[in-house]
Structure formats: C-alpha cells, structure tokens
Design a protein around this ligand. Sequence first.
Ligand SMILES: C[C@@]1(CC(=O)O)C2=NC(=C\c3[nH]c(c(CCC(=O)O)c3CC(=O)O)Cc3[nH]c(c(CC(=O)O)c3CCC(=O)O)/C=C3\N/C(=C\2)[C@@H](CCC(=O)O)[C@]3(C)CC(=O)O)/[C@H]1CCC(=O)O
Ligand SMILES: NC(=O)c1ccc[n+]([C@@H]2O[C@H](COP(=O)([O-])OP(=O)(O)OC[C@H]3O[C@@H](n4cnc5c(N)ncnc54)[C@H](O)[C@@H]3O)[C@@H](O)[C@H]2O)c1
Length: 206
Amino acid sequence: MYFPFLINLDGKAILVVGGGKVAYRKVLLFKKFSNDITIIAPELCSELEEEIKKSNFVYLKKYFENGDTFKFDVIIAATNSRDVNRLIYLESKKNNKLINVVDDPELCAFIVPSIISYENFLIAFSTFGKAPSLSRVFREELERDFDSSFNSIIGYLESLRESIKNKNYLPKEREKILLDCSRKAFKYFRRGKSLSEIKAMIESCN
Ligand SMILES: C[C@@]1(CC(=O)O)C2=NC(=C\c3[nH]c(c(CCC(=O)O)c3CC(=O)O)Cc3[nH]c(c(CC(=O)O)c3CCC(=O)O)/C=C3\N/C(=C\2)[C@@H](CCC(=O)O)[C@]3(C)CC(=O)O)/[C@H]1CCC(=O)O
Ligand SMILES: NC(=O)c1ccc[n+]([C@@H]2O[C@H](COP(=O)([O-])OP(=O)(O)OC[C@H]3O[C@@H](n4cnc5c(N)ncnc54)[C@H](O)[C@@H]3O)[C@@H](O)[C@H]2O)c1
C-alpha cells in the first residue's frame, strides 16, 4: 500500500530519464518542489526543450547507461522502452533509491498523484494507478475552487493562530477556538465569501 508522505526535496537530486510528454509532465510537477533536476534523453519533445532553455535543469543528451542513477536520490524512469525503464528500476532498487516507473505501477517505490499546490496548502489525489485519467479530472475540477483565494485564507488562519497562541488561553480553549475559526472560514469560503468578509465574520465572533 502507498502512504502519502510529504517529502522535503531540499538537497535531493532528481533524475528524469526520457524526454517525451510524460517526462515533461513529471518535470513540470517536480520543478515546483525542487530545482535540482537532471534529464537524460537522446531526444526531447519541444515542450521539454523549451522548459530546459528557461530553467537551470541539467540536460544530458544521451541514452541511459548503467551507473547513471548513482548520484541521484529520486529517479523517474520515463522512457518509451519497457526494457530500459526496467534497467533503471533494477539499478535504483539495488541502491535503495526512490524510483518511479511510468509504465509499470508494480515497480514504483512511489507513484505521482495529481496535485494542486500553493504556498500554504497541497491537495493530492491518487487512484493507486487504477484510473490516472480520473486523477486528472479530479484535479481539474477541484483546482477551480481551491485556488489562490483559499491560499490567502490559510495565510489569515496562520496569523490568527499565532495571535491566539500569544493569549493566555488554556490548551483546550485554544483548540476549540481554532477549530471553530477553521470551520467558519471553510464554510464561508465554500459559500463564495471573500477573505475580507471571512475575516470580518470571524473577528465579530471572537
Ligand atoms: C496523476 C498523474 C501524474 C503525472 O503523471 O503527472 C499520473 N498520470 C497522469 C495522467 C495519465 N496517465 C495515463 C493517462 C492516459 C489515460 C489512462 O491510461 O488512464 C493519463 C491522462 C492524461 O495524460 O491526460 C496513462 C498511464 N499512467 C500510468 C500508466 C502505466 C500503467 O497503468 O501501467 C499509464 C498507461 C500508459 C500506457 O498505456 O502506455 C501510471 C501512473 N500514472 C500516474 C500518475 C501514477 C498513478 C496515479 C493515480 O493513480 O492517480 C502511475 C501509476 C505511475 C506514475 O506515473 O507515477 C497524471 C495526471 C496529472 C494531472 O493532470 O493532474
Ligand atoms: N505514468 C504516466 O502518467 C504515463 C502516461 C502516459 C504514458 N505513459 C508511459 O510512458 C511512456 C513514455 O511516454 P511518452 O509519451 O513520454 O513517450 P515518448 O515516445 O514521447 O518519449 C519517450 C522518450 O524516451 C526517450 N528514450 C528512449 N530510449 C531512451 C534511453 N535508452 N535512454 C534515455 N531516454 C530514452 C526518447 O528519446 C523520448 O524522449 C510510454 O511508453 C507509456 O507507456 C505513462
């Protein structure tokens, strides 16, 4: 079974092998969380080529060779060759690396979910490989609602939490106030209220 760890990628070196549409999609996702990304592929799709030009990723124009995974922590085998992906898997597994194989869920040490992420929150959805296109639909549907305004509300709740921590509430009282405020903020947000309206409503009760 897969457990949804949130892994800190600071200082972790990521290798994507392959330069097609799938590799491009993984690079787009990972670049939000890390800038240490290396891509190995003899050819790139035009989107990935553009992305590499405007970023500081390392691009090694070559076919995968044994030993290429050694200095990386997280590896994504995204070539269109099942055999090459398997080779990458075997080498990674032998050295206890975090490996994702795009054409074989059974070989994945981790799978990539559909992600909506902002500075203050993250939503990840997975079907454990059973229906990846549904994961995409789920993200497309939810990202219309959970956007930068939801991000701002969490920023506000963070500052409210800080100020409540600095008051002399008993732990139980503090927990209750914070849960009430979060419930109200979520309810009003779902009803389409703006941050300033939510702030006013919460502050009038406290
Ligand atoms: C979430 C997302 C992240 C990302 O890749 O960015 C992702 N797949 C996405 C889309 C997508 N993938 C596929 C289609 C075509 C329609 C279809 O087949 O359904 C579409 C739809 C599209 O492209 O629109 C085909 C496909 N996918 C896998 C296989 C192999 C197999 O099943 O054996 C094949 C068959 C390949 C073939 O036939 O050759 C395997 C995996 N794909 C996963 C993740 C992992 C499971 C996550 C989960 O269960 O949720 C897992 C196990 C491994 C991994 O990749 O980590 C991303 C949506 C991002 C977004 O838009 O938000
Ligand atoms: N996990 C997913 O979300 C998902 C979705 C769709 C497809 N897939 C699978 O992903 C695979 C790749 O899909 P794609 O659309 O990106 O394919 P693609 O044909 O567009 O790209 C394949 C890439 O692999 C590179 N490559 C081939 N041999 C290589 C080698 N020996 N070393 C390094 N790079 C090599 C090619 O140069 C090319 O850049 C497909 O075969 C499919 O099975 C996975």
